[in-house]
Design a protein around this ligand. Structure first.
Ligand SMILES: NC(=O)c1ccc[n+]([C@@H]2O[C@H](COP(=O)([O-])OP(=O)(O)OC[C@H]3O[C@@H](n4cnc5c(N)ncnc54)[C@H](OP(=O)(O)O)[C@@H]3O)[C@@H](O)[C@H]2O)c1
Length: 316
């Protein structure tokens, strides 16, 4: 089967498209014929040798990236008959494998794919959707009427967080560059904030819950706009410890978290997509062979919504 992989850390051109052996599902696993893989910043950071996954891969490896897939079941399993359209956040964090024509995955992380959108597009939903869901509802305990600020509302996690916040009845603000403010409005944000303008967060705050998808200095600046009992959830793991320390020093509640696969939560996200309450914005679709180009795009830090990698047509 064709797969995208790398055997050393480096720039996007370390990615190789080549033939690898078919994965063999272990007991309790399902073989999925992949229609598309979703691309996430963690794939790009790990390929560059950064972050907690890269630290655990060691020096001798051949890693097929990808934690998000949509496809069809290609093996027999009591819960998942062959041919069922599925979506899932799979093999997180050390195994990956979604950027390939076939992927063996634990049956328990799969969910029936949404019917309202093309199967390949659904690959953009799992990791970003679960990050938004877990931030807002599991860690943030967001309730109707609260004031939510999403830093980076136009990106993969952000565009879903804005819609989920709105769906939950919160008053939602989000930041983006000037060119993306219209998108924030379409997603349902009550306040569309241009991060290029000075003091824009202070003017519109304070916030009960801040979902910080930028980390670093952007997260630090937002700390001052948190309501006294508010919570800032910082999502990029590379700077989470710094922000938690800054929060402790300023007597502000700051926490980082790492997304986890959760089929029940993903099922709820799929239901919201099928009802039209949440729209998954796929801004770019690349063939698997252009994986390096897709990585460069995500690495640039300004993608709208999600980017997916589609498998060769013969595979689906
Ligand atoms: N801890 C975890 O488990 C976990 C899970 C998921 C993601 N993450 C991390 O969370 C971060 C966000 O993930 P993602 O998938 O949403 O990334 P993404 O899709 O690559 O985010 C891109 C967005 O960032 C926006 N942006 C860039 N600079 C900005 C700024 N200064 N202020 C506000 N927005 C800005 C861009 O908007 P403009 O083009 O308008 O600038 C763009 O839409 C990444 O670092 C990722 O690694 C962590």
């Amino acid at each position: 089967m064709q797969a995208l992989y790398y055997s050393r850390f480096g720039a996007a051109d370390t990615l190789t498209l080549g033939a690898l052996p078919m994965p063999e599902p272990a007991p309790g696993e399902v073989l999925v014929r992949v229609a598309a893989a979703g691309l996430n910043p963690i794939d790009v950071k790990t390929r560059a040798g950064k972050g907690f996954v890269a630290a655990q891969l060691g020096t001798a490896f051949r890693f097929v990236p990808g934690y998000d897939l949509a496809g069809e079941v290609a093996s027999q399993h009591p819960d998942w008959p062959a041919g069922t359209a599925v979506v899932g956040m799979v093999n997180f964090p050390l195994r990956g494998g979604a950027c390939a024509e076939y992927c063996a995955v634990e049956a328990g992380v799969l969910v029936a794919a949404p019917r309202r959108i093309p199967l390949a597009d659904a690959a953009g939903l799992p990791l970003a959707g679960l990050t938004a869901w877990q931030g807002l509802f599991q860690h943030g305990a967001l309730t109707s009427g609260q004031r939510l600020l999403v830093l980076a509302g136009a990106g993969g996690v952000g565009h879903l967080a804005v819609q989920l916040g709105r769906w939950a009845g919160a008053e939602v603000a989000a930041t983006a560059s000037k060119g993306n403010l219209a998108l924030l409005g379409e997603l349902g944000a009550h306040h569309c904030l241009d991060y290029g303008q000075p003091d824009v967060l202070e003017a519109a705050g304070p916030w009960d819950l801040i979902l910080d998808l930028m980390g670093g200095d952007v997260g630090l600046q937002a700390l001052d706009c948190l309501a006294p009992e508010g919570l800032l959830l910082t999502v990029p793991t590379l700077t989470a410890a710094t922000l938690e320390a800054a929060g402790a020093a300023r007597q502000r509640r700051v926490r980082g978290y790492t997304v986890q696969p959760d089929a029940a939560q993903l099922e709820q996200l799929v239901a919201l997509v099928d009802r039209g309450d949440v729209t998954l914005h796929i801004s770019q679709r690349f063939p698997l062979a252009q994986g390096a180009e897709a990585h460069r795009l995500v690495e640039g830090g300004h993608v709208q919504g999600k980017v997916i990698l589609e498998m060769p047509a013969a595979a689906v």
